[in-house]
Design a protein around this ligand. Structure first.
Ligand SMILES: [Zn+2]
Length: 203
């Protein structure tokens, strides 16, 4: 009887922990095109655009059979693209005013939640399996529900974009997609950064 009670309590607690807010306005379905405008300010390393919008068939990206959202900052605009043209930028920047929500790009497990004073401020890394990782930087604040090792679903709330850390030019989300073996001395920094816009669409 006591064991049964413990099981019930555990089930109840795990149900509670999975009720962190989920953002409704994320693209669903394989054929949802990416509807992403360039921000009004000068955008560096912008991918090809038509009428101020990023040209891309799918709002999703597929990497090693892992499905990721291209834009984990709903209703934002693109403020900087990926690449080394002019500066060494290993990610994509998204901006919104007032500061927008940041959501998980894909299902996974929280690998890191930390504060990086010298660069990315409030910083979250998610492990998606298959050597695929995403990271989220400069957040104004992270969700108090998040814990390292916790499972997370695509679209689940991570925090609010901001300009914490150093070098953040205005409120934005710095989003990175990387792949490789994280279990080396370099850890995250030894992984290969990828341009999400160059990845294939739906898995
Ligand atoms: Zn950035």
């Amino acid at each position: 009887m006591k064991q049964l009670l413990v099981i019930i309590v555990v089930l109840f607690l795990s149900a509670c922990s999975s009720t962190t807010p989920r953002i409704a306005s994320i693209p669903t379905g394989a054929s949802t095109p990416l509807d992403l405008a360039l921000c009004p300010m000068k955008v560096s390393n912008a991918p090809k655009t038509s009428a101020g919008k990023v040209q891309r068939q799918s709002a999703l990206a597929c990497l090693n059979d892992i499905e990721l959202l291209i834009n984990p900052a709903p209703d934002s605009c693109l403020s900087s693209g990926f690449g080394t043209l002019g500066r060494n930028h290993r990610g994509i920047d998204y901006h919104k005013r007032p500061a927008g929500n940041v959501i998980a790009a894909g299902d996974g497990v929280i690998k890191t939640i930390t504060y990086r004073k010298k660069d990315f401020g409030n910083w979250i890394i998610i492990s998606h399996g298959a050597n695929v990782y995403t990271a989220y930087g400069h957040l104004a604040r992270t969700s108090p529900h998040l814990r390292v090792g916790m499972e997370i679903k695509q679209g689940q709330y991570l925090g609010i974009m901001g300009q914490t850390g150093a070098g953040a030019n205005g409120v934005h989300l710095h989003f990175e997609v990387r792949q490789g073996n994280i279990h080396t001395p370099q850890g995250w920094w030894g992984l290969t950064p990828l341009n999400p816009f160059r990845l294939a669409g739906d898995c």
